[in-house]
Design a binder for this molecule. Structure first.
Ligand SMILES: [Zn+2]
Length: 72
């Protein structure tokens, strides 16, 4: 893993469930302000295992990352 000098960004997210999959929805990305969706595993998985450090899905030509934190 690359060392990062800057501060870690926090992305607040909420869980969206369907019949077969779960997703963490980031309504407002701290980098680009847009909505991003991250996989939260299958129904039998613990979605909390899928929080934490993730790569942001921004499409502005550069790579960002953040830490997913669930909104209560
Ligand atoms: Zn973004």
């Amino acid at each position: 893993m690359m060392e990062k000098a800057r501060n870690t960004m926090i992305a607040r997210c909420h869980l969206k469930e369907s019949e077969t999959v779960r997703q963490w929805i980031v309504p407002r990305c701290p980098w680009c302000g847009k909505r991003h969706v991250h996989g939260a595993g299958r129904i039998e998985d613990n979605p909390l295992d899928y929080l934490g450090h993730r790569t942001a899905h921004c499409h502005d030509g550069s790579f960002h990352d953040y830490v997913l934190v669930a909104i209560d």
